[in-house]
Design a protein around this ligand. Structure first.
Ligand code: DON
Length: 352
Protein backbone atom coordinates (compact mmCIF):
# COMPACT_ATOMS: atom_id res chain seq x y z
CA UNK A 1 0.00 0.00 0.00
CA UNK A 2 2.71 2.35 1.12
CA UNK A 3 4.78 1.30 -1.90
CA UNK A 4 2.06 2.04 -4.40
CA UNK A 5 1.35 5.46 -2.81
CA UNK A 6 5.05 6.27 -3.15
CA UNK A 7 5.03 5.10 -6.78
CA UNK A 8 2.01 7.28 -7.61
CA UNK A 9 3.68 10.31 -6.02
CA UNK A 10 6.96 9.66 -7.85
CA UNK A 11 5.04 9.23 -11.13
CA UNK A 12 3.30 12.59 -10.74
CA UNK A 13 6.53 14.33 -9.72
CA UNK A 14 8.18 12.89 -12.82
CA UNK A 15 5.28 13.96 -15.04
CA UNK A 16 5.40 17.44 -13.57
CA UNK A 17 9.12 17.70 -14.33
CA UNK A 18 8.56 16.65 -17.95
CA UNK A 19 5.64 19.06 -18.37
CA UNK A 20 7.43 22.02 -16.79
CA UNK A 21 10.61 21.42 -18.79
CA UNK A 22 8.66 21.42 -22.07
CA UNK A 23 6.29 24.28 -21.24
CA UNK A 24 8.81 26.69 -19.72
CA UNK A 25 11.33 26.16 -22.54
CA UNK A 26 14.37 26.92 -20.31
CA UNK A 27 17.60 27.57 -22.26
CA UNK A 28 19.62 24.35 -22.41
CA UNK A 29 22.59 25.56 -20.39
CA UNK A 30 22.37 28.44 -18.01
CA UNK A 31 25.29 30.80 -18.54
CA UNK A 32 26.93 31.87 -15.29
CA UNK A 33 28.59 35.25 -15.75
CA UNK A 34 32.30 35.10 -14.92
CA UNK A 35 33.27 36.90 -11.71
CA UNK A 36 35.12 39.50 -13.83
CA UNK A 37 31.77 40.75 -15.14
CA UNK A 38 30.90 41.72 -11.58
CA UNK A 39 34.38 42.79 -10.38
CA UNK A 40 36.74 43.65 -13.21
CA UNK A 41 40.15 42.03 -13.45
CA UNK A 42 41.72 45.48 -13.60
CA UNK A 43 39.95 46.59 -10.42
CA UNK A 44 41.18 43.50 -8.57
CA UNK A 45 44.78 43.97 -9.75
CA UNK A 46 44.68 47.68 -8.80
CA UNK A 47 43.29 46.95 -5.34
CA UNK A 48 46.01 44.36 -4.65
CA UNK A 49 48.91 46.42 -5.95
CA UNK A 50 47.88 49.63 -4.17
CA UNK A 51 47.43 47.81 -0.81
CA UNK A 52 50.79 46.10 -1.32
CA UNK A 53 52.55 49.40 -2.09
CA UNK A 54 50.81 51.22 0.77
CA UNK A 55 51.86 48.73 3.46
CA UNK A 56 55.09 47.30 2.04
CA UNK A 57 57.31 49.44 4.27
CA UNK A 58 55.12 49.36 7.38
CA UNK A 59 57.08 47.79 10.23
CA UNK A 60 54.49 47.99 13.03
CA UNK A 61 54.08 44.92 15.28
CA UNK A 62 56.38 42.06 16.22
CA UNK A 63 56.87 38.38 15.42
CA UNK A 64 55.25 35.99 17.91
CA UNK A 65 57.95 34.86 20.31
CA UNK A 66 56.18 32.56 22.80
CA UNK A 67 57.10 29.80 20.32
CA UNK A 68 60.89 30.38 19.93
CA UNK A 69 61.07 29.32 16.25
CA UNK A 70 58.44 31.92 15.25
CA UNK A 71 60.68 34.70 16.47
CA UNK A 72 63.28 33.65 13.88
CA UNK A 73 60.93 33.85 10.87
CA UNK A 74 61.84 36.57 8.32
CA UNK A 75 59.58 39.45 9.36
CA UNK A 76 59.86 41.15 5.96
CA UNK A 77 57.72 38.48 4.24
CA UNK A 78 54.65 40.19 2.78
CA UNK A 79 52.36 38.63 0.20
CA UNK A 80 48.72 38.93 -0.79
CA UNK A 81 46.61 36.52 -2.89
CA UNK A 82 42.98 36.81 -3.94
CA UNK A 83 41.25 33.86 -5.60
CA UNK A 84 37.81 34.33 -7.12
CA UNK A 85 35.08 31.69 -6.93
CA UNK A 86 35.67 30.94 -10.61
CA UNK A 87 39.28 30.06 -9.83
CA UNK A 88 41.20 33.14 -11.04
CA UNK A 89 44.29 33.93 -8.98
CA UNK A 90 45.53 37.51 -8.36
CA UNK A 91 48.77 38.17 -6.46
CA UNK A 92 50.97 40.91 -5.03
CA UNK A 93 54.35 40.56 -3.32
CA UNK A 94 55.82 37.34 -1.93
CA UNK A 95 53.57 34.40 -2.70
CA UNK A 96 56.23 31.69 -2.32
CA UNK A 97 57.64 31.99 1.24
CA UNK A 98 56.01 29.53 3.63
CA UNK A 99 54.98 30.32 7.19
CA UNK A 100 53.27 27.99 9.67
CA UNK A 101 49.50 27.96 9.28
CA UNK A 102 48.98 28.07 13.09
CA UNK A 103 45.41 28.87 14.17
CA UNK A 104 44.11 29.14 10.60
CA UNK A 105 44.26 25.32 10.66
CA UNK A 106 41.44 25.33 13.23
CA UNK A 107 38.90 26.24 10.52
CA UNK A 108 39.82 23.21 8.41
CA UNK A 109 39.80 20.78 11.32
CA UNK A 110 36.37 22.17 12.21
CA UNK A 111 35.31 21.50 8.60
CA UNK A 112 36.67 17.93 8.78
CA UNK A 113 34.79 17.12 12.00
CA UNK A 114 31.64 18.70 10.55
CA UNK A 115 32.02 16.50 7.45
CA UNK A 116 32.53 13.36 9.56
CA UNK A 117 30.09 13.91 12.38
CA UNK A 118 27.48 16.33 11.04
CA UNK A 119 26.80 19.99 11.74
CA UNK A 120 25.32 19.41 15.22
CA UNK A 121 28.38 17.65 16.68
CA UNK A 122 30.57 20.69 17.43
CA UNK A 123 27.98 22.98 19.05
CA UNK A 124 27.09 20.07 21.37
CA UNK A 125 30.67 19.23 22.34
CA UNK A 126 32.52 22.58 22.34
CA UNK A 127 29.93 25.33 21.72
CA UNK A 128 29.93 28.10 19.11
CA UNK A 129 30.10 31.27 21.17
CA UNK A 130 32.83 33.89 21.18
CA UNK A 131 34.62 33.85 24.53
CA UNK A 132 35.77 37.49 24.30
CA UNK A 133 39.01 36.33 25.93
CA UNK A 134 42.51 35.53 24.65
CA UNK A 135 42.81 32.48 22.39
CA UNK A 136 44.45 30.28 25.04
CA UNK A 137 42.37 31.46 28.00
CA UNK A 138 42.02 29.08 30.93
CA UNK A 139 39.56 31.45 32.66
CA UNK A 140 37.17 30.95 29.72
CA UNK A 141 37.23 27.18 30.31
CA UNK A 142 36.68 27.55 34.05
CA UNK A 143 33.81 30.00 33.61
CA UNK A 144 31.53 27.38 31.99
CA UNK A 145 33.39 24.13 32.68
CA UNK A 146 34.51 23.91 29.06
CA UNK A 147 31.05 24.68 27.56
CA UNK A 148 30.26 27.89 25.66
CA UNK A 149 33.57 27.81 23.75
CA UNK A 150 34.07 27.53 19.98
CA UNK A 151 36.32 25.50 17.62
CA UNK A 152 38.63 28.49 17.01
CA UNK A 153 39.98 29.07 20.54
CA UNK A 154 42.55 26.58 21.82
CA UNK A 155 40.27 24.66 24.22
CA UNK A 156 37.65 24.19 21.49
CA UNK A 157 40.25 23.58 18.79
CA UNK A 158 42.13 20.84 20.66
CA UNK A 159 38.78 19.22 21.48
CA UNK A 160 37.80 19.47 17.80
CA UNK A 161 41.08 17.78 16.80
CA UNK A 162 40.33 15.01 19.33
CA UNK A 163 37.04 14.35 17.48
CA UNK A 164 38.67 13.46 14.12
CA UNK A 165 38.12 9.72 13.72
CA UNK A 166 40.94 7.22 13.17
CA UNK A 167 42.44 4.08 14.73
CA UNK A 168 45.92 5.51 15.21
CA UNK A 169 47.81 8.79 15.51
CA UNK A 170 49.10 8.38 11.96
CA UNK A 171 45.70 7.65 10.47
CA UNK A 172 44.22 10.78 12.05
CA UNK A 173 47.21 12.92 11.11
CA UNK A 174 47.39 11.77 7.49
CA UNK A 175 43.68 12.37 7.07
CA UNK A 176 43.98 15.94 8.39
CA UNK A 177 47.05 16.79 6.33
CA UNK A 178 45.39 15.34 3.19
CA UNK A 179 42.28 17.41 3.86
CA UNK A 180 44.24 20.65 4.30
CA UNK A 181 46.17 19.83 1.10
CA UNK A 182 42.92 19.41 -0.83
CA UNK A 183 41.90 22.91 0.25
CA UNK A 184 45.25 24.32 -0.91
CA UNK A 185 45.29 22.26 -4.11
CA UNK A 186 48.79 20.93 -3.50
CA UNK A 187 50.53 18.57 -1.05
CA UNK A 188 51.36 20.46 2.12
CA UNK A 189 54.07 19.43 4.60
CA UNK A 190 55.00 20.20 8.22
CA UNK A 191 57.68 22.80 9.02
CA UNK A 192 59.61 20.52 11.37
CA UNK A 193 61.56 23.29 13.15
CA UNK A 194 58.30 25.04 14.09
CA UNK A 195 56.72 21.74 15.21
CA UNK A 196 59.69 20.83 17.42
CA UNK A 197 59.85 24.31 18.94
CA UNK A 198 56.12 24.40 19.69
CA UNK A 199 56.03 20.80 20.98
CA UNK A 200 58.79 21.67 23.45
CA UNK A 201 56.91 24.71 24.78
CA UNK A 202 53.21 23.77 24.60
CA UNK A 203 52.69 23.00 28.30
CA UNK A 204 49.83 25.50 28.52
CA UNK A 205 47.98 23.73 25.67
CA UNK A 206 48.60 20.39 27.43
CA UNK A 207 46.98 21.88 30.57
CA UNK A 208 44.03 23.15 28.47
CA UNK A 209 43.57 19.68 26.95
CA UNK A 210 43.67 18.04 30.41
CA UNK A 211 41.03 20.48 31.67
CA UNK A 212 38.79 19.75 28.66
CA UNK A 213 39.28 16.02 29.39
CA UNK A 214 38.47 16.53 33.08
CA UNK A 215 35.23 18.33 32.15
CA UNK A 216 34.26 15.48 29.80
CA UNK A 217 34.71 17.20 26.43
CA UNK A 218 37.73 15.22 25.22
CA UNK A 219 37.09 11.47 25.17
CA UNK A 220 40.48 10.07 24.09
CA UNK A 221 44.06 10.82 25.15
CA UNK A 222 44.37 14.60 25.76
CA UNK A 223 48.12 14.56 25.09
CA UNK A 224 47.67 12.86 21.72
CA UNK A 225 45.06 15.50 20.80
CA UNK A 226 47.48 18.28 21.85
CA UNK A 227 50.30 16.80 19.81
CA UNK A 228 48.20 16.40 16.65
CA UNK A 229 46.95 19.95 17.19
CA UNK A 230 50.55 21.19 17.51
CA UNK A 231 51.44 19.40 14.29
CA UNK A 232 48.44 20.84 12.43
CA UNK A 233 49.56 24.35 13.52
CA UNK A 234 53.03 23.69 12.03
CA UNK A 235 51.88 22.96 8.46
CA UNK A 236 53.75 25.22 6.00
CA UNK A 237 51.67 27.45 3.72
CA UNK A 238 52.39 30.29 1.32
CA UNK A 239 50.02 33.13 0.42
CA UNK A 240 48.71 31.26 -2.64
CA UNK A 241 47.84 28.20 -0.54
CA UNK A 242 45.96 30.34 1.96
CA UNK A 243 44.21 32.31 -0.81
CA UNK A 244 43.01 29.06 -2.40
CA UNK A 245 41.88 27.69 0.98
CA UNK A 246 39.91 30.90 1.61
CA UNK A 247 38.40 30.78 -1.89
CA UNK A 248 37.21 27.20 -1.27
CA UNK A 249 35.27 28.52 1.73
CA UNK A 250 33.95 31.42 -0.39
CA UNK A 251 32.88 28.93 -3.08
CA UNK A 252 30.50 27.00 -0.80
CA UNK A 253 33.12 24.37 0.09
CA UNK A 254 34.35 23.43 -3.42
CA UNK A 255 37.96 24.21 -4.35
CA UNK A 256 37.48 26.59 -7.31
CA UNK A 257 40.73 25.51 -8.97
CA UNK A 258 40.61 21.71 -8.63
CA UNK A 259 36.81 21.39 -8.44
CA UNK A 260 37.06 19.06 -5.42
CA UNK A 261 34.09 19.21 -3.04
CA UNK A 262 35.40 19.49 0.54
CA UNK A 263 32.49 20.84 2.58
CA UNK A 264 28.77 20.39 1.92
CA UNK A 265 27.39 23.78 0.78
CA UNK A 266 24.69 23.58 3.45
CA UNK A 267 27.34 23.38 6.20
CA UNK A 268 29.25 26.48 5.08
CA UNK A 269 27.06 29.21 6.66
CA UNK A 270 27.66 27.84 10.18
CA UNK A 271 31.43 27.51 9.61
CA UNK A 272 31.59 31.09 8.31
CA UNK A 273 29.49 32.29 11.25
CA UNK A 274 32.02 30.91 13.75
CA UNK A 275 34.83 32.58 11.77
CA UNK A 276 32.91 35.87 11.88
CA UNK A 277 32.39 35.79 15.63
CA UNK A 278 35.70 34.30 16.77
CA UNK A 279 38.21 34.29 13.89
CA UNK A 280 40.31 37.17 15.17
CA UNK A 281 39.85 36.27 18.85
CA UNK A 282 39.32 39.13 21.24
CA UNK A 283 39.51 41.54 18.26
CA UNK A 284 36.87 39.64 16.24
CA UNK A 285 34.23 42.31 16.88
CA UNK A 286 36.47 45.15 15.70
CA UNK A 287 37.41 43.20 12.58
CA UNK A 288 33.80 42.36 11.70
CA UNK A 289 32.75 45.97 12.26
CA UNK A 290 35.48 47.13 9.90
CA UNK A 291 35.13 44.55 7.12
CA UNK A 292 32.06 42.33 7.61
CA UNK A 293 34.22 39.39 6.52
CA UNK A 294 34.43 35.97 8.18
CA UNK A 295 38.17 35.52 8.69
CA UNK A 296 40.84 33.61 10.61
CA UNK A 297 44.29 34.63 11.74
CA UNK A 298 47.34 32.66 12.85
CA UNK A 299 50.39 33.68 14.87
CA UNK A 300 52.57 32.63 11.91
CA UNK A 301 51.40 35.89 10.29
CA UNK A 302 48.70 34.63 7.92
CA UNK A 303 45.10 35.77 7.72
CA UNK A 304 42.37 34.34 5.48
CA UNK A 305 39.11 36.18 4.80
CA UNK A 306 36.02 35.14 2.89
CA UNK A 307 33.59 37.16 0.79
CA UNK A 308 30.94 34.45 0.25
CA UNK A 309 30.10 33.80 -3.39
CA UNK A 310 32.76 36.28 -4.54
CA UNK A 311 36.34 35.59 -3.44
CA UNK A 312 38.72 34.37 -0.79
CA UNK A 313 41.68 36.52 0.15
CA UNK A 314 44.81 35.85 2.18
CA UNK A 315 47.80 37.87 3.27
CA UNK A 316 50.97 36.90 5.10
CA UNK A 317 53.15 39.19 7.22
CA UNK A 318 54.64 37.85 10.49
CA UNK A 319 54.51 41.18 12.38
CA UNK A 320 51.60 40.87 14.84
CA UNK A 321 49.61 43.26 17.01
CA UNK A 322 48.79 42.76 20.72
CA UNK A 323 45.89 40.38 19.97
CA UNK A 324 48.17 38.13 17.85
CA UNK A 325 46.83 39.23 14.45
CA UNK A 326 49.11 40.30 11.57
CA UNK A 327 49.14 44.10 11.27
CA UNK A 328 49.83 44.35 7.54
CA UNK A 329 47.58 41.42 6.62
CA UNK A 330 44.61 43.02 8.42
CA UNK A 331 45.16 46.39 6.77
CA UNK A 332 45.72 44.99 3.27
CA UNK A 333 42.69 42.68 3.36
CA UNK A 334 40.43 45.42 4.76
CA UNK A 335 41.46 47.90 2.03
CA UNK A 336 41.16 45.37 -0.81
CA UNK A 337 37.77 44.10 0.29
CA UNK A 338 36.45 47.66 0.66
CA UNK A 339 37.68 48.52 -2.86
CA UNK A 340 35.95 45.44 -4.32
CA UNK A 341 32.69 45.58 -2.37
CA UNK A 342 33.51 42.38 -0.47
CA UNK A 343 31.51 43.18 2.67
CA UNK A 344 28.55 40.75 2.69
CA UNK A 345 26.46 43.20 4.72
CA UNK A 346 26.59 45.84 1.97
CA UNK A 347 23.41 46.22 -0.07
CA UNK A 348 21.73 48.82 -2.27
CA UNK A 349 18.11 49.86 -1.73
CA UNK A 350 15.68 47.83 -3.86
CA UNK A 351 15.38 49.19 -7.40
CA UNK A 352 18.40 51.52 -7.21
O1 DON B 1 48.10 27.14 20.24
C1 DON B 1 48.99 27.91 19.89
O2 DON B 1 49.58 28.58 20.70
C2 DON B 1 49.38 28.05 18.43
N1 DON B 1 49.80 26.85 17.87
C3 DON B 1 48.30 28.65 17.60
C4 DON B 1 47.91 29.99 18.11
C5 DON B 1 47.47 30.96 17.11
O3 DON B 1 47.80 30.93 15.95
C6 DON B 1 46.70 32.08 17.63
N2 DON B 1 46.38 32.98 16.57
N3 DON B 1 46.26 34.08 16.37
Amino acid sequence: MQHSARFVSLFFTGMLAVVSSTCLAEPETQQIPPIESRISEEKINDALSSAYKKYKNLKEGANANYIPALDKVDSSIFGIVLVTVDGKVYTAGDIKSEVSIQSISKVFTMAKVTEEKGIAALPKKVGVDATGQVFNSINAIEQHQGHEMNPLVNAGAITTTSMVSGKSYNEIWNKLLGYYSDFAGRELTVLEDIYKSEAATNQRNQAIAHLMYAYGHIDGDPLQATDIYTRQCSVGVNAKDLGTMAATLANAGTNPITGKVLVKPEDMPEILAVMATAGLYDDAGKWLYRTGLPAKSGVGGGIIAVSPGKFGIAAISPLLDEAGNSVRAQKAIADISAALGGNPYEATPYGK
